[in-house]
Design a protein around this ligand. Sequence first.
Ligand code: BJW
Ligand code: ZN
Length: 247
Amino acid sequence: MEKEILNAKKIIDDSTNVTVLTGAGISAESGIPTFRGENGLWRNFRSEDLATPEAFSKDPQLVWEWYEWRRKIVRDAKPNPGHYALAELENQIPTFTLITQNIDGLHQLAGSRNIIEMHGNLWQVRCTKCGKIEHNHEVPFKELPPMCNKCNSIGRPNIVWFGEIIPMTIIDSALIAIEKCDVMLIVGTSGVVEPAASLGLIAKQTGKPVIEINLERTPNSGLYDLSIFGKSGEILPLLYSKKTHLN
Ligand code: BJW
Ligand code: ZN
């Protein structure tokens, strides 16, 4: 593993434009359950049963209770060394883009700035009728489901569910970041949910080196230039040179 880490470090050191894609694995060491691990279950429901517009139409209360449970976990969580390492990398590299599938906001808390949230944000509620988006940090909610303060219709999480389309502006920004980067890092994602799963492959097809950091192999592992298996909170801090801003 030491050899892979040195190789990855060299590629990153030689880069002036880095794009990173993160998934639930980077927040695992902060105590936030991943989706496809055994800890990803809530009351015996899988995320695929709850993160859909159909589940919300059928039982909005149930879906909101799931999100309320997750909001409590995230409220009590702190960024871990993996999040901080990416924030530090952003300080050291002239152009840096962080594409995340996570909705937990821990990258922002760690200090990352240029972030593209592909799947939305846990702290935003969107009105199902007028579309107004409100920031809401209540845990627990004063009323569940939360209602729109403009038109009093039911609110939903401002999150992209299965079968829903990610706004084109977000996909475009992610593709531009990939097109312009010198290297792409893929951290803590199982690589099964599209379209995020294809981003690393797009980078690869356009000739960019792609480095994966994941606890275990994924279906895409063999396709990348370098795979480093282990905890992202332990590996990411090893991947950048500890430069001061003066040199
Ligand atoms: C560690 C670690 C440590 C642990 N250190 N690592 C093409 C083919 C087939 C299907 C589709 C397709 N295109 C679209 C689809 C349908 C669907 C899809 O992809 N389904 C698949 C399951 C097959 N995609 C969609 O519906 C998307 N919409 C779309 O494409 O619209 C157009 C369209 C619509 C309909 C048909 C066709 C086209 C929208 C996807 C939205 C995903 N939303 C979710 C949930 C909502 C958010 C929420 O409530 O949180 O987002 S799903 C869930 O999975 C969540 C995550 O962001 C996402 C990805 O999961 P992630 O991050 O990879 O987590 P895990 O748990 O899977 O993996 C964690 C990894 O970390 C593991 O590998 C561990 O080993 C590792 N790990 N500890 C490092 N310490
Ligand atoms: Zn409204």
